[in-house]
Write a protein that binds this ligand. Structure first.
Ligand code: FES
Length: 151
């Protein structure tokens, strides 16, 4: 009899341990993303400097390139007309990385089929706002993007 009681207690402890672990995992899975969304990041994600996004001649006309812009991706587009344009590559819908589509001649987000024109304006699909556009200058052999100067 005593061993049966001990065995039940052990089973109960085991079940409590498993359930407790499950609740802890559920709590983390549900509340951690909510806390990350609500709490501001420890340091600013804004990027204030200038970067060389590409070498002149690296991108043929009607093409684009993703480049690092601080902690976020940037998108450099060399238009079919030969103009360089730069944008934040973070989709304004749910933050997927956008890309330039040469076949469409504009910017596209693969996540939910969002479309932006070459001014960054959201023109189709779910994106609610335009992409942020950044000034581009040519310096030596480099295409320079300067987010700090605003667009
Ligand atoms: S994240 Fe780009 S369209 Fe949804």
């Amino acid at each position: 009899m005593a061993s049966e009681g001990t065995e039940k207690k052990t089973r109960r402890e085991f079940l409590n341990f498993i359930l407790g672990g499950g609740f802890t995992a559920l709590f983390g899975a549900v509340f951690y993303p909510v806390l990350r969304f609500v709490m501001p990041p420890a340091k600013s994600e804004a990027f204030g400097g200038s970067v060389s996004a590409a070498r002149i001649g690296e991108l043929p006309p009607n093409s684009g390139k993703i480049f690092p812009l601080g902690e976020s991706p940037g998108l450099l587009v060399h238009t079919a007309e030969g103009e360089y344009k730069a944008f934040s590559a973070v989709c304004t819908h749910l933050s997927c990385t956008v890309q330039y589509r040469p076949d469409l001649g504009h910017i596209w987000c693969a996540c939910h089929n969002g479309h932006y024109d070459l001014t960054g304006k959201n023109v189709a699909g779910p994106p609610p706002r335009p992409l942020t556009e950044y000034p581009v200058t040519l310096s030596g052999d480099n295409v320079i993007v300067s987010p700090s100067r605003g667009a």
